[in-house]
Design a protein around this ligand. Structure first.
Ligand SMILES: [Zn+2]
Length: 131
């Protein structure tokens, strides 16, 4: 069985052998692909990006390309991102957005908190010590 569904970002087609499978496929597609805007600046110019870490693992995230005014009133890139986790289970190797953040703004599924940011953050790790 195939179904198409209109998402904010465009049309998506999913398949399943049974209605429950199809329903799961649609639910997963909506959760992962129906991101409409940056949760911090509200800009709709967001881009799916895949990065690799030094171990060769893929990292999935949406990046905001919007422009914001900084504290000095200058225009700069928003640079917020929404991190997508990946199920370890190979059979259901789906992605899911991580919408909870810890107090520093780091995506944290287990002990993070949900908020108006909807999981979007500018956290990029601890600042490196100056040499
Ligand atoms: Zn933004």
């Amino acid at each position: 069985v195939k179904a198409t569904r209109q998402l904010k970002q465009g049309l998506i087609e999913v398949e399943g052998d049974t209605q429950p499978e199809l329903f799961k496929a649609i639910a997963s597609a909506v959760e992962v692909f129906d991101e409409a805007k940056c949760g911090l600046c509200g800009c709709e110019d967001i881009l799916p990006v895949v990065r690799k870490n030094k171990d060769g693992d893929d990292f999935f995230e949406y990046q905001c390309r919007g422009l914001i005014k900084n504290q000095e009133g200058k225009t700069e890139r928003c640079r917020a991102y929404l991190y997508l986790g990946q199920n370890k289970d190979k059979k259901a190797a789906g992605l899911f957005p991580v919408r909870a953040l810890d107090e520093k703004g780091k995506p944290d599924r287990t002990s993070g908190k949900y908020g108006r940011h909807n999981g979007w953050t500018r956290y990029r790790g601890e600042p490196k010590p100056q040499k």
